[in-house]
Write a protein that binds this ligand. Structure first.
Ligand code: NAD
Length: 560
């Protein structure tokens, strides 16, 4: 029976069978022969995810000083029901990732349809044709508990499988550049032995030319330039691998303006990525306790942070929002802690701050459910059956990436408390974490397993029409700083909701004028780290007299 892969817009693509491999390989051989006559190097990018798609296009766009393309890129993606649709879409010149960066669709269209330096495929045979292989498959960290990152393990299955397949296909002179964020030690202690063994079986005597250089991509407004125009760190397993990776990165990335750092060994490049992200996770987690302090003592943490950030030494302070999310920060420190024992064999426990930071970030969103409950109580409404609209499903502003977003935890906890959930997000068409919660992100690894009463969330659909989403809502939770939400007018929101609502600000989205206006309209407002809202409420109450706020209901309870 035929199997299909369905794109986010609903287009159905039949999965190729084994018999399609040889036909596809013939197509690629012909294209590659032509490209070689033009003097172009053949680069295969393995894994067309958030990183691989745009990295492939950046490489395909590279030119020499005269403006002639120097590379031909084959984007390779395994033909799974979840991801195969990316291949036909990319081959039409359409980006399979949505983003706020207008350069993404232009770049992909230019490389596929105009320069003809980019194609996508499903066949591993394409590896036979490559001079360079860039590995952008995922390496996950699977957590077994909520809020305890130590209870988990690195899931290197996709990466190990990819390396084995690469070893079976590539020529001995091909450079393999691992861009995947890995547990420190992976390139030398996991990848090298896998490939060396496969090479030996094929009678290849030399060492595989392996290198590591991690991605610092930020899939937002500067998606493309965060890959092309940004500093890189790299290292190879031997001198030749280092020479090749330096040459390759200099040819495809803007290393003139953003110089390359070459480290002695791949474990140093791998550790740089893990430390970089653990540092960021830690400075975000650090503000969680001060956020609670602020809420309980009349302090607006947003203004406090802005007042501190004027000091150049403290300019990288960031307000954490409802948890951290994204694919990287929740897992990368875990890969490091895990590697210390399971790759390097140490038995003692040296890590304190990194796991604590991840645990704090992983559970911060739960507090939003408490704020929502309390705001509704102040309005005399119970949380059970309340209609709650979550504004933003993705983990950060102006992207369509929902992986480990704080919003997911908010929805799950509120559903557990009996609320009815709705969601709006201009960048997200399907929130697979709910629609396919039995198999996404991996079977039996949905966060669903940490909460009760989650079955009905399979029916949660992302509404694109804000007015429709608002109609009849009891609560609006601002979870993400999407540009669409920054200037929403309180009067309009209350009009579309059809009456006063509870408003929860998770990300410092509301300024004092808007908070005041919501109170004047009879709404209740609460926010993460925003203890000063009570002061604004009292001012409005004083100005208007107490009647408006006198809600005779058993649930009415004044807040702290
Ligand atoms: N997303 C980010 O913002 C970001 C930033 C910096 C670093 N990274 C790192 O980059 C790496 C890739 O991340 P991503 O966000 O692109 O992940 P992703 O899950 O979006 O993409 C991985 C892709 O690899 C494919 N794949 C898996 N096994 C394969 C195989 N055997 N053959 C071919 N394709 C295969 C998957 O189907 C998927 O499309 C990760 O290590 C991540 O930590 C990501």
């Amino acid at each position: 029976m035929s199997q299909y892969s369905i794109s986010p817009t609903g287009e159905k693509f039949e999965l190729p069978g084994k018999e399609d491999d040889s036909k596809e390989f013939e197509r690629l051989k012909e294209v590659v022969n032509n490209q070689r006559t033009l003097g172009r190097e053949i680069v295969l990018v393995m894994g067309l995810g958030f990183v691989g798609v745009v990295m492939a296009a950046v490489i395909a766009d590279a030119t020499d000083e005269k403006g002639n393309p120097t590379k031909f890129v084959i984007g390779m993606q395994r033909p799974s029901t979840r991801s195969f649709w990316k291949i036909p879409l990319l081959n039409r010149g359409i980006s399979p990732v949505s983003s706020e960066d207008p350069e993404v669709p232009l770049l992909i269209n230019r490389c596929v349809n105009e320069k003809k330096t980019l194609t996508a495929t499903f066949t591993y045979d394409a590896l036979d044709l490559a001079d360079v292989v860039v590995v952008d498959v995922q390496c996950d960290y699977l957590k077994e508990a909520l809020g305890n990152v130590r209870d988990g393990r690195a899931d290197m299955d996709a990466l190990e499988e990819s390396l084995e397949i690469i070893g079976q296909h590539i020529g001995p002179e091909a450079l393999v550049l691992i861009e995947t964020t890995v547990a420190p030690g992976t390139t030398e202690q996991v990848a090298y032995p896998i490939m060396k063994k496969t090479f030996r079986k094929r009678g290849i005597k030399g060492d595989p030319l392996l290198a590591h250089s991690f991605e610092r991509v930020m899939p937002g407004r500067n998606y493309v330039s965060s890959i092309r125009d940004f500093w890189r760190v790299c290292s190879g397993v031997n001198d030749e691998a280092t020479r090749r990776v330096v040459k390759f990165l200099k040819e495809v990335i803007n290393t003139n303006k953003f110089p390359l750092t070459v480290l002695d060994r791949p474990i140093e490049s791998e550790t740089a990525k893990i430390v970089e992200n653990s540092y960021r996770a830690t400075i975000l987690a650090f503000l969680d306790e001060w956020s609670l302090f602020a809420e309980r003592n009349g302090v607006d943490l947003i203004k406090v942070i802005n007042s501190i950030k004027v000091r150049p030494t403290h300019s990288n302070m960031i307000f954490p929002g409802p948890g951290i999310g994204g694919y990287c920060l929740p897992k990368d420190g875990g890969l490091g802690v895990w590697a210390y024992r399971h790759i390097h064999g140490f038995e003692d426990d040296i890590f304190k701050i990194t796991p604590l930071a991840i645990n704090i970030n992983d559970t911060r969103a739960l507090h939003v459910a408490q704020l929502t409950r309390d705001a509704l109580r102040n309005m005399g409404r119970p949380i059970a059956s309340a209609e709650i609209l979550v504004l933003g499903a993705s983990y950060r502003e102006d992207v369509g990436d929902t992986r480990y977003s704080g919003s997911e935890l908010i929805v799950r906890r509120l559903a557990e408390m009996g609320a009815e959930l709705r969601v709006h997000d201009p960048y997200v068409l399907h929130w697979w974490e709910f629609e396919k919660q039995d198999e996404y992100p991996a079977s039996s690894h949905s966060l669903k397993r940490f909460f009760r009463g989650q079955e009905r969330l399979k029916d949660l659909r992302v509404e694109q029409d804000l007015k429709k989403a608002l109609y009849g809502a009891d609560t609006v939770i601002f979870t993400v700083r999407h540009k669409h939400y920054l200037s929403l007018d309180p009067d309009e929101i209350v009009k579309y909701a059809n009456g006063p609502i509870a408003v929860i600000d998770c990300f410092g989205i509301l300024d004092d004028e808007k908070i005041k206006r919501y109170f004047e309209l009879g709404c209740e407002v609460k926010g993460l780290g925003r203890g000063h809202v009570k002061r604004i409420k009292d001012q409005v109450r004083e100005a208007k007299g107490p009647l408006l706020f006198n809600i005779p209901n058993q649930f009415a309870k004044d807040e702290m």
